[in-house]
Design a protein around this ligand. Structure first.
Ligand code: AMP
Ligand code: ZN
Length: 136
């Protein structure tokens, strides 16, 4: 894919701190980490986001996610991890080559901090939504 930064990393056109590689998947350190060991896992084939990525790759990346997470837990000893996937600009996606973040959490103040508001339940009928998105 032309002009995709992550494809350029895969093709070794720009450098990265690669921590895992196989025929289909690459993982490297985020260049602007929000905690020590902040890692990105990407498929080598260019897909824009999770919902465009093949089922086979999604499953393979899930297993590699676990392998890398265990290694970070063992070596860097964070108290926890956040797994993050952003899809579309409104949700914070900046690079449009599918990637999963692993963000170690060492204490409450660093790493991923989520500022969320519970939406008003009057205008949010859970039963109606359940019917709309239930997969049978
Ligand atoms: P997202 O907001 O989910 O699209 O995340 C994109 C991530 O890619 C950000 O956390 C960036 O810091 C990271 N990033 C951008 N360019 C590079 C690069 N050349 N090497 C490593 N990470 C990068
Ligand atoms: Zn790409």
């Amino acid at each position: 894919m032309n002009n995709c930064i992550f494809c350029k990393i895969i093709n070794r056109e720009i450098p990265a701190y690669i921590i895992y590689e196989d025929d289909d998947v690459l993982a490297f350190l985020d260049i602007e980490p929000i905690s020590k060991g902040h890692t990105l896992i990407i498929p080598k084939k260019h897909y824009q986001n999770l919902t465009e990525t093949s089922d086979e790759l999604i499953m393979k990346m899930g297993v590699i996610n676990k392998k890398i997470a265990l290694n970070i837990l063992n070596k860097l000893k964070p108290q926890g991890l956040n797994y993050l996937i952003n899809q579309e600009a409104i949700a914070g996606q900046v690079i449009f080559h599918y990637h999963q973040h692993i963000i170690p959490k060492y204490d409450a103040k660093n790493g991923l901090t989520i500022n969320q508001n519970i939406i008003n339940n009057d205008s949010y009928n859970l039963e109606t939504i359940k019917k709309e998105i239930c997969i049978k």
